[in-house]
Design a protein around this ligand. Structure first.
Ligand SMILES: [Zn+2]
Length: 274
């Protein structure tokens, strides 16, 4: 078993996961055979590219410090996922790397699936309030996955990654998916954090709540609006939002609600077929 210190986990799912293939695709909520409770999976597709965001699976395994172990149940829950899944060691950086078996610590993964001679694998990022962002050029089979918290959004991880997917003209062909993450309803931050993200995304991402009984008027930050604004500024026309606020909705893991040791939500992107 790989340790949490491995900088990249290339999970060969076929060795220890039985990928489920007994239900129809595109579920918003699918019933898992092993659980009476629905499995929160939000999925979508664009051409031959599929994405899935997996939330709380009720077995606790998603809180394991080893990213591969934490991802195992989520991998099992997603049908038609390729047998290999690339998961980076995420460090809240703005670093974007090519998906490969070479060790790396980064929060952005990009891959041109045409260069892998038919070998199929999925990219995965995991979050618990941060924003999972998946991007694809469905016609060319170029994929990207980003884990973006406020630091990533302030330091330009989306721009760095999308620039690697093609010229500005080509970016009109991209589809982006923004998955479940903490909403502007719940993401109270310091003024410095709010301004750092707003400088990359526009002042509209800062929400100022009315003063409550406590007199607390700290700003709230709308991370999804920030990610969406950045994607559109880069020329991405098809930006899709899937899922809601992780802190409000207990179907999803949330650092702010659950604290340290929380489980993780998993986001997958892959190309179907050969
Ligand atoms: Zn909320």
């Amino acid at each position: 078993m790989r340790s949490a210190e491995d900088s990249l986990c290339l999970v060969d799912a076929s060795t220890f996961f039985n990928l489920r293939s007994d239900s129809k695709s595109d579920p918003v909520l699918t019933a898992s055979p092993s659980s009476p409770l629905p499995t929160p999976i939000v999925s979508d597709r664009a051409g031959a590219v599929r994405v899935a965001f997996v939330g709380r699976l009720f077995n606790g395994s998603q809180s394991d410090p080893d990213p591969a172990v934490a991802a195992a149940a989520a991998i099992r829950a997603v049908e038609e996922l390729p047998t290999r899944v690339v998961i980076n060691r995420q460090v809240h950086s703005d670093r974007v790397v090519e998906a490969s078996e070479a060790p790396s610590a980064a929060d952005g993964l990009v891959v041109d699936t045409r260069t892998f001679n038919g070998r199929r694998f999925a990219l995965c990022v995991f979050t618990a309030d941060c924003v999972p962002i998946l991007v694809a050029d469905p016609h060319r089979g170029v994929l990207a996955a980003f884990h973006a918290g406020w630091r990533g959004l302030a330091s330009g991880i989306i721009e760095r990654g999308v620039n690697r997917l093609g010229s500005r003209d080509r970016r009109r062909c991209l589809t982006a998916w923004i998955g479940p993450s903490i909403g502007g309803c719940c993401y109270e931050v310091s003024a410095a954090v709010a301004v750092a993200v707003a400088q990359q995304s526009g002042m509209g991402v800062i929400l100022q709540p009315a003063s409550g009984a406590s007199g607390n008027t700290k700003p709230h930050l709308h991370l999804v609006a920030a990610a969406s604004a950045q994607l559109m500024d880069l020329g991405v026309l098809d930006v899709r939002r899937l899922g809601g606020c992780t802190r409000c909705d207990e179907n999803w893991h949330s650092y702010r609600r659950e604290g340290a040791g929380q489980g993780r939500n998993h986001a997958f992107i892959w190309r179907t077929g050969s």
